[in-house]
Design a binder for this molecule. Structure first.
Ligand code: CA
Length: 283
């Protein structure tokens, strides 16, 4: 249990994370901020030359927690980081154009807020089912949502890395921030990751690895290792968060009817048919 800023005692969620430069890149431009005590987790994937990417993702991981500690709403915290990154580019022209994607989870008791900008992702792993909760801010994801291309075409599209929004970059002024509120169910895991994971592993493969593990550390290490073995062409970051132990039990999404209920329904139906035949038969 932990005290949040509100003074309310809330159950604590636990997390584990891995980040790695990968097999091809000299630097790791991803940054992670994990704070189980305050229920705040940030993962950012930076971009830009002259160390701009590393600096942008680090600013996101410093400024968002600072803004939350200052009681700013989550979306405003992302805007604060956005402005700080833009300001850094103004101060150091060599860094101009630096930017970063970001995904954030902020726990609120039995609920949690999600916010994101860019194509890093948040997935929920619940009862053996992997569901992406964030929606990529990318040109290809927009085309997919509009039904213009198939899943397969999206995976191999030449513009799949063109993002339509992120913190910092000066191209255009339309910062997009995705935002949702969700409720924990006992046993839920959240997966936060950079595209270094999802470019190497399809959702089905990620789900298969999660299925094999009950320990957050072991699962995050297995995912990282699999991404490296699949090529590790980009920096890879993986964070897993487990629902607080006191989270409410969920309903099974597709709970089958008990066989006894089917038996009773079958008997009732047979009785109705027999009765109908008896009534309708001419004397
Ligand atoms: Ca990346």
């Amino acid at each position: 249990m932990t005290e949040h800023g509100t003074g309310q005692t809330v159950p604590r969620a636990h997390s584990a994370a891995q980040t790695h430069p990968g097999r091809k890149r000299p630097q790791n431009q991803d940054s992670i901020h994990m704070d189980d005590g305050h229920g705040l987790w940030v993962l950012a994937d930076g971009m830009g030359g002259h160390q701009g990417g590393e600096i942008a993702s680090a600013i996101a991981c410093e400024e968002i927690p600072a803004a939350i500690a200052d009681s700013k709403p989550l979306q405003e915290a992302l805007r604060v980081a956005h402005r700080k990154i833009l300001a850094r580019g103004e101060q150091q022209p060599a860094l101009r154009g630096l930017g970063t994607t970001v995904v954030v989870i902020h726990q609120q008791g039995h609920q949690y807020e999600l916010a994101w900008s860019g194509d890093s992702r948040i997935y929920r792993w619940r009862k053996g089912r992997l569901q992406q909760l964030s929606e990529d801010h990318s040109v290809v994801a927009r085309m997919l949502r509009a039904g213009l291309i198939s899943d397969e075409q999206a995976r191999t599209h030449p513009h799949q890395h063109v993002i339509s929004s992120c913190l910092g970059t000066t191209s255009g002024d339309g910062l997009e921030i995705g935002y949702k509120i969700e409720t924990w169910e006992k046993g839920d895991w959240l997966l936060l990751c950079s595209d270094g994971l999802t470019d190497e592993l399809e959702d089905e493969t990620i789900a298969a690895f999660l299925q094999q593990h009950t320990d957050l550390d072991a699962a995050s290490q297995a995912l990282l290792q699999a991404a490296l073995e699949a090529g590790g062409r980009d920096n890879v970051s993986v964070a897993l968060i487990e629902a607080p132990a006191a989270a409410p039990e969920g309903m099974s999404p597709h709970r089958p009817l008990h066989p006894a209920i089917w038996a009773v329904l079958g008997s009732v139906l047979a009785l109705v048919v027999l009765l109908a035949i008896k009534l309708l038969r001419p004397e």
